[in-house]
Design a protein around this ligand. Structure first.
Ligand SMILES: [Zn+2]
Length: 92
């Protein structure tokens, strides 16, 4: 019968709950009433990330950004290089 730690993403409230392993994890915060609870498992931070899905989404969008960047890098520099001096001349 382990004690689980919970953290609320909405109000940062943290508390411990005594539960059986097969019990459903709590979701609703007793302080603010929002369904923003996360169960913290000591020594298993990776499991928390995996469960939230944040890590995977971040990783993928980062990879997409890299591809998009390398594709747009070639045409962008010459374009903005000529645009800056031209804009300054027009201002004078
Ligand atoms: Zn809360």
């Amino acid at each position: 019968m382990p004690t689980y730690e919970y953290h609320c993403d909405a109000c940062s409230h943290e508390f411990e709950e005594f539960q059986y392993i097969k019990d459903e994890p709590l979701k609703k915060c007793p302080t603010c009433g929002k369904v923003k609870l996360r169960r913290l498992i000591s020594g298993g931070a990776a499991i928390v990330f995996k469960g939230s899905g944040f890590y995977q989404t971040d990783y993928r969008s980062d990879a997409y950004k890299k591809v998009a960047k390398s594709e747009s890098t070639a045409p962008t520099p010459p374009k903005s290089d000529t645009a800056a001096p031209t804009g300054a001349k027009v201002k004078e």
